[in-house]
Design a binder for this molecule. Structure first.
Ligand code: HEC
Length: 156
């Protein structure tokens, strides 16, 4: 209770899901640098899980679940990573395509596919059946590609 109260005092009254907790205006380059790190983290958790799925890493259910939870948690940040004005017009190095802002419904659907499939991955990790987990893992991978195909530069 005390913690919750302290937290709500620290946040500006207007802070909703989409409002940053601090009212600092960050330039587009910094927003890009941050989102790049977030995606690198997402990529690292996927890579770690793919090593487990392929039998190239020790498989422990508790660790599988930790990676799945991390992915699910990070999937909730994606809607906040692409504020207007941080696209290819403003940031030289970004691989984000302008379609993110011209097709917001499509981008939201691609984001939701990642959120739903990573939530299903957590459930599969809790179940502990490697075959089920592998299928759920492939679905998460498809959700990455489903977004990258339409919303990220294709030079990978
Ligand atoms: C809703 C869209 C979306 C989803 C879902 C998504 N990504 Fe991305 N990802 C992007 C965009 C857009 C960029 C480019 C960001 C930039 O350069 O500003 C990106 C960048 C990356 C990068 C940074 C390095 C690079 O290659 O550009 C990695 C790694 C990455 N994504 C991995 C993943 C993985 C793994 C998943 C699935 C678990 C995933 N992404 C899901 C849209 C998405």
């Amino acid at each position: 209770m005390t913690l919750l109260l302290a937290l709500s005092l620290a946040l500006p009254a207007s802070a909703g899901d989409d409002a940053p907790a601090a009212s600092i205006q960050l330039d587009a380059q910094k927003v890009y640098a941050y989102r790049h790190e977030v995606f690198e983290g997402i990529g690292a958790h996927m890579k770690a899980l793919s090593m487990m799925v392929k039998g190239e890493a020790p498989v422990r259910q508790v660790d599988m679940k930790s990676h799945a939870i991390a992915l699910q948690a990070m999937s909730t940040t994606v809607p906040h990573l692409f504020p207007k004005g941080t696209g290819p017009d403003a940031v030289k190095d970004t691989e984000a395509l302008a379609t993110i802002w011209t097709d917001p419904e499509g981008f939201a659907a691609a984001t939701k596919a990642f959120q739903d499939s990573s939530a299903a991955l957590v459930t599969a990790a809790e179940g502990g059946d490697m075959k089920v987990f592998s299928g759920a893992f492939r679905n998460v991978g498809k959700s990455c590609g489903g977004c990258h195909d339409n919303f990220r530069k294709d030079d990978h």
